[in-house]
Design a protein around this ligand. Structure first.
Ligand code: NAD
Ligand code: TYD
Length: 340
């Protein structure tokens, strides 16, 4: 592979920062520019050890800024590859305020696509989600052929972005890939999502809010394994291909929560069933056969190994957790869980 100059958008968030760490650590022929707006979910602490790295540059900016600003950046840094992680990513927030999801996830992606098309980049990789496929019953898995049927404003905005990416490929020949991954967990995840929220609350002897009956199923993948899958796609995939990514780790929410409680040594009496999420998707499950067969990708850890590593990481990074769970986070928590 030749030298890659990669523009990573949303690289100060959970998955983006893990991706940048992997690239800078394992791929010495890559230069990374991280374009991030630093919303509540973006945190420069996630990449503190790389601030002065000679193959890394942070740019504080919004993907919704004019395409001219993005084009300027592509020129200045001679970008050949774009990986678009930047997004509003939380379903619950999309239910209380959907508009910003359309602005960032749809209009922001369109902006990047226009710049990528005009600059004729070698590859545009859209980081999408399995949630664009909607919800499953108790049988079956999502394949790349499953029709898109998004149920939340979040997943609808991600599906709209996927359609735009494909349309830019069809209409202008943009060389793109789309990856659709299942739920991620691991270090640096903001404690609004299930696993870090439950770890945080358990450590502080706070109640663990379980939506509805807690028997909804998610297909969990350790974040590093999502990052290696994205790398495989960048490195080997033909343009225009879409890949599902998942680890065959279907778990009911209550099982995940009980596992966390067991590992941190807290009682199940902390569990509190609260009002369900409106339109809550019941089950996600990914068939990742295509990326495994075509690109030789496979996850490096089992769920049991990954969750143990993750809990240990939160236990030894109490300062990081305390910092992100202070200030505005308290208001967020009160708004989301106060009356539930
Ligand atoms: P995150 O919320 O942790 O991070 C999002 C990042 O994007 C933050 O750093 C934020 O500051 C930045 N951002 C938001 N709006 C921006 C804008 N307008 N311009 C520039 N930067 C902006 O999200 P995440 O969990 O790391 O998810 C990253 C991507 O992966 C998203 O596109 C999401 O849809 C997708 N995804 C996430 C999961 C998951 O389980 N978390 C699973 C599959 C796919
Ligand atoms: P989440 O981490 O928000 O991811 P997503 O909704 O995108 O799959 O939620 C994962 C599952 O956990 C989902 O079924 C909702 C549930 N959940 C709770 O039961 N309680 C909570 O406090 C949160 C944040 C999620």
């Amino acid at each position: 592979m030749t030298m890659k100059n990669i523009l990573v958008t949303g690289g100060a968030g959970f998955i983006g920062s893990n991706f940048i760490r992997m690239v800078l650590t394992e791929h010495p022929d890559c230069f990374v520019v991280n374009l991030d707006k630093l919303t509540y979910a973006g945190n420069l602490e996630n990449l503190a050890e790389f601030h002065h790295h000679d193959r890394y540059q942070f740019v504080h900016g919004d993907i919704c800024d004019s395409p001219l600003a993005v084009k300027f950046l592509l020129d200045q840094c001679q970008i050949d590859t774009i990986v678009n992680f930047a997004a509003e990513s939380h379903v619950d927030r999309s239910i209380t305020g959907p508009k910003i999801f359309i602005e960032t996830n749809v209009a922001g992606t369109l902006n990047l696509l226009e710049a990528a098309r005009d600059k004729k980049v070698d590859r545009f990789l859209q980081v999408s989600t399995d949630e664009v496929y909607g919800s499953l019953g108790s049988e079956g898995k999502f394949t790349e052929q499953t029709p898109l049927s998004p149920n939340s404003p979040y997943s609808a905005s991600k599906a709209a972005a996927d359609h735009l990416v494909r349309a830019f490929g069809h209409t202008w020949g943009l060389k793109y890939n789309i990856t659709r991954c299942s739920n991620n967990y691991g270090p640096y995840q903001f404690p609004e999502k299930l696993i870090p929220l439950m770890i945080h609350n358990a450590l502080h002897d706070k109640e663990l809010p379980v939506y509805g009956d807690g028997m909804q199923v998610r297909d969990w993948l350790y974040v590093y394994d999502h990052c290696t899958a994205i790398w495989c796609v960048l490195d080997q995939a033909p343009p225009g291909e879409i890949y599902n990514i998942g680890g065959c780790n279907e778990k009911a929410n209550l099982d995940v929560i009980n596992l966390i409680l067991g590992r941190v040594g807290k009682p199940t009496t902390l569990i509190r069933h609260v009002k369900d999420r409106p339109g809550h998707d019941r089950r996600y499950a990914i068939d990742a056969g295509k990326i495994m067969r075509q690109l030789g990708w496979k996850p490096s850890v089992t769920f049991e190994q990954g969750i143990a590593r993750t809990i240990d990481w939160y236990l030894s990074n109490g300062k990081w957790l305390a910092n992100v769970a202070s200030g505005q986070y308290q208001q967020y928590y009160e708004k989301m869980y106060g009356n539930r």
